[in-house]
Design a protein around this ligand. Structure first.
Ligand code: NAD
Ligand code: WQD
Length: 338
């Protein structure tokens, strides 16, 4: 029987949805998570949805001894690597914590994979590696120019993985550059569970809709966009994780390094998101326009044709579904997993 997939960060927002998608497509899953930004209840919800609990190890990707033990105890065939810190603003305040966790952690993971002769990894990169793009849509050949320590960790790790793959042509690496993940599992049982005030638009809007926050602050309405507010490519987390499952399959037959944008290919403004969420929830979303947020760009959306052509993958869930699923999760779990 084929070996299991090690999912690092498998209790997190995207990782937990990936566990469900992997289990539903017949994979055995082992989760490694230190729960620094997640809760063990997420693992229980995976079991609730799938009827099977992934083997779960509480631990850190920087713990080499633990990784060696894990690889010898379990028949792991490939790795989906989600574990990492992801708050852009916090990374500016605490760059060393980000380089340590994300970069040093991934180096340790790769060293342990080498020792265990593992050659296949799917890596969570981000559209943040493109920085402020010269034009949209953004394809995979655009220059990389991250603007935060967080973004630099992603660019550095893309380079590390590129060099690691070059050593041995049987190695397989997928660099998946996500645009803006949003939405939740349609069951309403699994979703994004930010600690403290959300940094990202969709979870913030959801908390306004449910009455947990009194209003949204719209960061600027003087961008050169149709309504003046920032435009992003929001992708349903279920489409995103489906992209991971097909990328993993692709690696089976295509050794080498492969980079894919995972986005929908179209942009949505802040005010369009507010409107769509109000429609999905039937609630008012009060907002006020405030100054631009430092470091924000006007617009960003993907040219996702490479993933369509090579992986036969396309995002097919629309904005309404993204908002409805987020709303179901938010309403049913106003305190998240806690
Ligand atoms: P998340 O914080 O919900 O999940 C990350 C998980 O990794 C958490 O469960 C956390 O506890 C765990 N973790 C962190 N450091 C660890 C360590 N050293 N050892 C073990 N576990 C550790 O974040 P997410 O939104 O699910 O993001 C997953 C990945 O996708 C991250 O690498 C992130 O940078 C990347 N990404 C996220 C977005 C986004 O907007 N959510 C966009 C692009 C890329
Ligand atoms: C979206 C739009 C804001 C909050 C970030 C990271 C990126 C990636 C995804 C990991 C922008 C506006 C937001 C609010 C607002 N993560 N906004 N009020 O900035 O595109 O990307 O998350 O890799 O690296 O930078 O996403 O959801 O924060 O913002 O007006 O309270 O919503 O200005 O136009 P962003 P976001």
């Amino acid at each position: 029987m084929a070996g299991a997939v090690l999912v690092t960060g498998g209790a997190g927002y995207i990782g937990s949805h990936a566990c469900v998608a992997l289990i539903e497509s017949g994979h055995e899953v082992v989760v490694l998570d230190n729960f620094c930004n997640s809760h063990p209840e997420a693992i229980r919800r995976i079991e609730e949805i799938c009827g099977v609990a992934p083997v779960t190890i509480q631990g850190d990707i920087r713990d080499r001894a633990l990784l060696d033990e894990l690889f010898s105890a379990h028949n792991i065939e490939s790795v989906m690597h989600f574990a990492g810190l992801k708050a852009v603003g916090e990374s500016v305040e605490m760059p060393l914590a980000y380089y340590e966790n994300n970069v040093a952690g991934t180096l340790t993971l790769l060293q342990a994979m080498d020792s265990a002769a593992l050659s296949s990894i799917v890596f969570s990169s981000s559209a943040t590696v493109y920085g402020d793009p010269a034009s949209v849509p953004i394809n995979e050949h655009f220059p990389l120019a991250p603007t935060s320590p967080y973004g630099w960790t992603k660019q550095m790790l893309e380079q590390v993985l590129t060099d690691w793959q070059r050593v041995d042509d049987t190695r397989r690496v997928a660099l998946l550059r996500y645009f803006n993940p949003a939405g939740a599992h349609p069951s309403g049982r699994m979703g994004e569970d930010p600690q403290g005030p959300p940094n990202n638009l969709v979870p913030f809007v959801a908390q306004v809709a449910v009455g947990k926050r009194d209003k949204l602050r719209v960061f600027g309405d003087d961008y050169p966009t149709p309504d003046g507010t920032g435009v992003r490519d929001y992708i349903h987390v279920l489409d995103l994780v489906d992209g991971h499952v097909v990328a993993l399959d692709y690696l089976q037959t295509h050794p080498g390094l492969h980079t894919f944008n995972l986005g929908t290919g179209s942009g949505v403004s802040v005010l369009e998101m507010v409107q769509a969420f109000a429609a999905a929830s039937g609630r008012d979303i009060p907002y006020e326009v405030v100054d631009r947020r430092a470091g924000d760009i006007a617009e960003c959306w993907a040219d996702a044709s490479r993933a369509r052509d090579l992986l036969n993958w396309e995002a097919n869930r629309d904005l309404a579904q993204m908002c409805e699923d987020t709303w179901r999760w938010q309403q049913g779990n106003p305190g998240g997993y806690r």
